[in-house]
Write a protein that binds this ligand. Structure first.
Ligand SMILES: Nc1nc2c(c(=O)[nH]1)N[C@H]1C(S)=C(S)[C@@H](COP(=O)(O)O)O[C@H]1N2
Ligand SMILES: [Mo]
Length: 408
């Protein structure tokens, strides 16, 4: 289903670009110390993540438990869209293989006129008017490991660096159209999409199937029920046959392997809005913040953490920058740990909800360790702080990442 990873193309790319070749030769550095929580087992290089269908070659992915993080360096030379063969996978359990002929979507609940469940087959969903949106999908925990490694404040959960993000063209039906066909009533307040993957067991407690409510206002706005990613049927790992895409919101909202949607005339909750995906910690109320919605603003280098860079010649640094709130306005780079900043060149037209590629040239002289920083500012004035406000589960890390390299 998903195209085979084109290793030859990647190796050619690495061989062609001297800077990239050096980076490839450098041992991939582990940014985060081993974590306390068992879900954060040290990454395994060269093995398959349990439960992921597509190949996960170590040059493209770092495996973290049941998840696979995209190596940012593997995006160098790719276009604005993330190819499916290197798109991160975040699975609570494992990828189910569901045949489209066996699939149906059931829409049900107190928020429907008539209160009778309405079913949609795959063919019926595909026969509805379709929309295509470019949207990044980013895990709320993306960058989590930097709370520990950069701020000395550990957080529970998967120790992602910055690769729990990808951008794709998503094609599907509007959730709005499906809800109207199902007879959504004006009294409906929340909708709750639920996945068909296995029930999730956390610390011995069965939390049921992965599900997370959305307010009706968002559901009727820009949410799509996607059956295509980058012009191909969704790969198994990304939600085949149909997944939800909730633009600009935390990745957990974009439920994969969609099976049913409850439409309710009362507010709904799930462990994914009560226990998880809220901010808990010293800076927040005892019961936590409101459930997370919008993502933040970030930048990343397409370079391994701990890469070696040759002294005395010019290197083209490349990376990506994104913000969920507004188009990216500028990206600034520091190659001396934050003392001086220069503007990077933006290589794509900034769009809200997308990301931009950027480049900056660097000619290092002093041999030894160095820190590269990239800082994004969006058109709404949001920018990356030096420090993120800590929360115990390590969500929404938005501080400027200090990217270690060694000049050799
Ligand atoms: N059914 C289901 N949907 C899910 C998940 C899951 O485990 N099961 N993981 C969520 C999380 S936490 C994220 S970040 C995104 C990841 O999407 P991807 O694996 O396609 O990159 O899917 C979300 N949707
Ligand atoms: Mo996530």
């Amino acid at each position: 289903m998903s195209p085979a990873p084109d290793r030859r193309q990647l190796l050619k790319l690495l061989a062609a670009a001297p800077v990239a070749a050096q980076f490839a030769a450098a041992a991939p550095a582990e940014a985060a110390p081993a974590e306390a929580a068992p879900a954060d087992a040290a990454p395994v290089v060269g093995a398959a993540a349990p439960g992921v269908v597509k190949p996960l070659p170590p040059e493209l992915f770092t495996i973290r438990g049941t998840n696979a993080e995209t190596n940012f360096a593997a995006l160098r030379g790719t276009g604005p869209l993330t190819p499916a063969d290197r798109f991160f996978v975040r699975n609570h359990t494992s990828t189910p293989r569901i045949a489209e002929a066996d699939w149906k979507l059931t829409v049900w609940g107190s928020g429907l006129h008539g209160r009778r469940p309405v079913e949609f087959s795959y063919d019926r969903l595909r026969s509805l008017p379709s929309v295509t949106r470019t949207a990044v999908l980013e895990c709320a925990g993306n960058g989590r490991s930097f709370y520990a490694s950069q701020q000395g404040e550990p957080a529970t959960g998967t120790a992602w660096t910055l690769g729990a993000i990808g951008a794709a063209h998503w094609r599907g039906a509007r959730l709005r159209d499906v809800l109207h066909l199902a007879g959504i009533s004006s009294t409906a307040v929340d909708v709750l999409p639920r996945g068909l993957d296995d029930e999730f067991i956390s610390d011995g407690a069965n939390l049921g199937r992965v599900r997370r409510p959305l307010p009706v206002a968002k559901a009727l706005d820009d949410v799509i029920l996607a059956y295509e990613m980058n012009g191909e049927p969704l790969p198994y790992d990304h939600g085949f046959p149909v997944r939800v895409i909730v633009p600009s919101w935390v990745g957990i909202a974009s439920i994969k392997w969609l099976g049913d949607i409850e439409v309710s005339d009362r507010p709904l909750s799930s462990p994914w809005t009560t226990e998880f995906y809220r901010l808990f910690g010293a800076a927040y109320p005892a019961g936590g913040s409101e459930p997370l919605t919008r993502q933040t603003v970030k930048a990343a280098f397409e370079l391994p953490l701990g890469a070696s860079v040759g002294a005395g010649r010019t290197h083209r640094l490349t990376g990506r920058a994104w913000s969920a709130s507004a188009p990216v306005r500028q990206v600034e780079i520091s190659t001396d740990g934050g003392a001086h900043w220069q503007r990077a060149r933006l290589r794509d037209t900034p769009h809200r909800g997308g990301w931009v590629r950027w480049t900056a040239d660097w000619r290092p002289h002093a041999i030894g360790p160095a820190e590269l920083l990239a800082r994004t500012t969006d058109r709404a004035g949001n920018t990356q702080p030096e420090r993120s406000v800590h929360n115990t589960q390590g969500y929404l890390f938005d501080a400027v990442v200090r990217h270690p390299v060694t000049v050799v």
